[in-house]
Design a protein around this ligand. Structure first.
Ligand SMILES: Cc1cc2nc3c(=O)[nH]c(=O)nc-3n(C[C@H](O)[C@H](O)[C@H](O)COP(=O)(O)OP(=O)(O)OC[C@H]3O[C@@H](n4cnc5c(N)ncnc54)[C@H](O)[C@@H]3O)c2cc1C
Length: 546
């Protein structure tokens, strides 16, 4: 049996960074990834089967067959769901995790996002709480993520809201015609705007080329490798040290404890050779970075006589508070052409409504959207009174594909303890492991905030010169999906949290969770830069203590 300083489960936004920092600190590291390393060609350009529009399948894992989950709807009816279905709440399963195909919006959270309970109080029945750390504690690690992976943006315009010591290493993406229209609208409304920060090379950086504006960012891989994710930044750095062994097509089955209940390693199933082989590995520390749903699943599946309900679950907290974002959208027809098809497409945002909205808990950010291929536009963006087929539909597409302005954005989720991941022993995946069972909803006040943001979206479009405006109504749903977070929240009290501020499981000295699961709340922004900043901070700590 092999022994390592550290075993890391998952190569996504967080796992890649932890592997890099530990390997560069001279630690011997084993990294397990259930998916495979996907080339640009593997990810492909199928516009109906990708991680953004997954009507018939997707392109970054997990495979549609053999990887089910169970979804329980708000009426208590459960059904088995496949990975490309919305209710699966998928992110991705491949080297790089979600960062292989993400849009790469790289937002810092607002300082108030870390103190939601203090600012707004705790609504009855919700699990709203403060983080055990403040924005100021994380600020140096945000900067590290921006500089070490490569982020483009303009920090100056919103420095008064989200302070920073250093600007981005790369200039922001260039404005397009939609930027000018929305900028004019925001000016009339007296709203703050900023360019959208992106982990995309607007000029050569980190030994990789600049973006060629091909417009296939979100849901696809980048042809020039100008989109910065774990797979082309921190994982190559980890492997270059010679201290890091990466096993792909290999799933962690269970974390193992000795007769005294101490963690000593894990069992994993390796399918790289085509056959399934069960192996055991030992390490001084185990770090779970499998994403918010799968990290909870692994801890809950790691049962033993000393931990009959799973690891870290003494107080029934693992898997609770699953959150993501409700995502209100608004659309409007502009008199002039506002769509030039130049990627990435997301260029301007307002942070006017992230906090301090009368009668609302939290709020959110609104931005224009990534370039949509026509089928995505047809699927997502048509007015509700338009027929979905026929000559009228064709005419609308022809006349308005280039004239529709879009704004959308994530709304701060108010977590609910019943929005959760458990495991379903009766349903197993192709590896024979009990699958994740997802149930509950976000807290209802989140819908009020989303409705408020939907109205702001419409207001922005009208002020930007759109006559016909429409939007999608938010509903009370489980909100995990691609922004999934919160299932092993950090905190000071073991009764209401799973880990300490470093991601160390309260009941174990050598078991850590480092990924989106740690988020106590998920901000009114896309979450990945916060996941990365936390990963840098936790990894430095782990390197110090082992
Ligand atoms: C299409 C798309 C667009 C997105 N756009 C944005 C954006 O613009 N901005 C933003 O902030 N966020 C975006 N996201 C979300 C972002 O990618 C996630 O927030 C982020 O990747 C989560 O990081 P993580 O480390 O928690 O988990 P992940 O990145 O999901 O990594 C977890 C990894 O663990 C592996 N794994 C799971 N279980 C096991 C196991 N038992 N054994 C071995 N390996 C395992 C998985 O295969 C996966 O690779 C997007 C996601 C998608 C899919």
């Amino acid at each position: 049996m092999n022994r390592y300083d550290a075993i890391i489960i998952g190569t996504g936004a967080a796992g890649g960074i932890v592997a890099c920092i530990l390997a560069e600190a001279g630690k011997s590291v084993l990294v397990l990834e259930r998916g495979s390393a996907l080339s640009f060609a593997d990810v492909g350009r199928d516009q109906l089967r990708n991680q953004r529009l997954a009507i018939y399948g997707h392109n970054a894992g997990p495979e549609l067959i053999g990887n089910p989950r169970v979804f329980v709807d708000p009426h208590g009816r459960s059904r088995i769901v496949k990975p490309h279905e919305l209710d699966y709440h998928n992110n991705a399963a491949c080297v790089g995790g979600g960062t292989r195909v993400y849009g790469a919006q790289a937002w810092r959270f607002h300082p108030d996002d870390f103190r939601m309970a203090s600012k707004y109080g705790v609504p009855e029945g919700s699990s709203l709480a403060d983080w055990p750390i403040a924005y100021e504690t994380l600020e140096p690690f945000y900067e590290r993520a921006e500089w070490e992976l490569g982020a483009a943006g303009d920090g100056e315009s919103i420095r008064h809201q989200i302070p920073r010591k250093r600007n981005y290493p790369l200039r922001p993406v260039a404005p397009g015609p939609q930027t000018v229209a929305l900028q004019n609208g925001a000016r009339q409304l007296n709203w703050i705007t900023t360019s959208v920060p992106l982990l995309i090379n607007t000029e050569p950086y980190g030994g990789r080329a600049a973006c060629i504006a091909c417009k296939y960012c979100v849901g696809f891989a980048c042809p020039t490798d100008a989109k910065n994710g774990s797979q082309n930044t921190v994982i190559p750095r980890a492997l270059a040290t010679g201290n890091c062994e990466l096993k792909t097509s290999t799933i962690a089955e269970a974390i193992e404890t000795d007769e005294r209940g101490n963690v000593f390693g894990l069992t994993y199933l390796d399918q790289a050779s085509g056959e399934t082989r069960r192996q055991t590995a030992r390490a001084k520390v185990v770090i779970v970075s499998a994403g918010a749903i799968e990290s909870a699943r692994l801890l809950l599946n790691s049962r033993s006589p000393s931990h009959p309900t799973g690891l870290g679950n003494e107080h029934d907290q693992v898997g609770r508070n699953l959150q993501g974002h409700l995502y209100p959208r608004a659309y409007g027809i502009s008199a002039a052409k506002v769509f030039d098809g130049v990627g990435p497409g997301v260029t301007i945002a307002t942070t006017q409504f992230n906090h301090d909205n009368a009668g609302i808990i939290g709020g959110g950010m609104l931005a224009d959207d990534f370039i949509k291929p026509p089928i995505d536009f047809w699927y997502d963006s048509l007015p509700p009174d338009l027929s979905r087929w026929g000559i009228e539909n064709k005419r609308f597409m022809r006349e308005n594909y280039t004239r529709v302005l879009h704004v959308r954005g994530p709304v701060q989720d108010i977590p609910h303890p019943d929005g959760r991941v458990t495991v379903d022993a009766a349903v197993r995946d192709k590896w024979g492991i009990p699958v994740a069972r997802l149930s509950g909803t976000t807290y209802r006040a989140t819908v009020d905030a989303a409705e408020f943001m939907r109205e702001r979206g419409e207001e922005w479009l009208r002020a930007s010169g759109c006559e016909k405006v429409w939007s999608s109504q938010p509903g009370l749903i489980l909100s995990g999906r691609q922004h999934q977070a919160g299932t092993c929240r950090m905190g000071n009290d073991p009764k209401s949290s799973v880990t300490d501020e470093w991601g160390r499981i309260h009941s174990h000295d050598n078991l850590f969770v480092v990924d989106g699961s740690l988020h106590v709340t998920n901000g009114g922004f896309n979450p990945v830069l916060t996941i990365m900043a936390l990963a840098f901070r936790s990894a430095e700590h782990i390197a110090r203590v082992i």
